[in-house]
Design a protein around this ligand. Sequence first.
Ligand code: ARG
Length: 464
Amino acid sequence: MSQLDHKSEAWSALFSEPVSDLVKRYTASVFFDKRLWLADITGSLAHAAMLERQGVISATDGAEIRRGMAQVRSEIESGAFEWKLDLEDVHLNIEARLTQLVGDAGKRLHTGRSRNDQVATDVRLWLRGEIDLIAGLLEDLQKALLDLAEKNAEVVMPGFTHLQVAQPVSFGHHMLAYVEMFARDHERMLDVRKRVNRLPLGAAALAGTTYPLDREWVAQELGMEGVCQNSLDAVSDRDFAIEFTAAASLVMVHVSRFSEELILWMSQNFGFIRIADRFTTGSSIMPQKKNPDVPELARGKTGRVVGHLMGLITLMKGQPLAYNKDNQEDKEPLFDTVDTLKDTLRIFADMAGGITVQPQAMEQAALKGYATATDLADYLVKKGLPFRDAHETVAHAVKAATSHNCDLSELPLAVLQQFHPQIEKDVYDALSLRGSLNARNTLGGTAPAQVRAQLARHRARLAA
Ligand code: ARG
């Protein structure tokens, strides 16, 4: 029996009794960390190849490890692999099976290594792959929003501040605001990736090792950008996971704000959009209902991801150097963050394609709250009035329109001229929704010409 097989009894000759079943279950992580299996095998193969190159293990042992690991891999892929709670985690499970298959060569794999640097390496390798998938999904979502923005560049909706009608904006412009957010999220993910993609392996338990390891070679072999330069830090910090979860939380916050708007917009009171039926559900009692469950759930799941950030950051705060078992608790929040984020991004890219805009309802709403009052003020400024005076003059005009229960553009010219004699017929261009929109033709503004310029910039960026 190998030492690892003994583990179900007690760790080693040092222990006089095995752990209780409850403690075994409490300390084991295999049922969630088995998800790291491919990273674990990849890291082990690179470690073994390096040991062989450095003459720490023989070429025969190296070949045996490769042969055994190929078998372990195919067993895991086919589902034949038997995961054992007794073997605590993914690392010990894989090593034990390898040793069963190839004997002593398997027992030599752990030379110059500890589970402390092994697990930190596995999590980083796995997370790097997930970040790449997430970056791709963030691009897909941006492209879906660009399509929606392009289709609706000319559609006017009320822009809000304080959820009060403020100024007319293009619906396309509104969508491009989210493209900006998700573009920054993408950038943030790639930035986090640089710090995730560094190699702890070779730090061993905490202090380095007595074998002549070539850590730089392993880093290169694993496509990592560098080596963690301090062994204590390498095995103990999980700041890379915290940073990732913070970036993920921001993505979710952006998704959540978008969700909130979709929910408002598809309510009967707004009626700005419809979303495809496949993203809505009915009510068990009210036959008329179509509920925006998907955006509501995304808004809810944002709390869950932000919760994981709080969990991870709290996990670190009291830990003395170096590795502590607390760190095993990094996995479930991290895994759930990745799962939630990927599902959410996939569903939103699809849902963005299923949004139909109701331009008339948007225009009607934009006509309600004196959205072009600023345009009248700007008109007067162009006639020579100081802005503050123009602002005050328009306030009087709004008051008059309110008492006539009409929009500024519906006040007769004679009435408007009572507020300022220089007001002429061309004021109605300024007061129209479209005139207002077209006039905001500065970089980053809502004029359709600007929207189209931004669309082109985003398209080029995403094609590169
Ligand atoms: N399952 C452990 C973890 O996730 C692996 C490292 C265990 N190391 C130790 N010294 N007990 O962190």
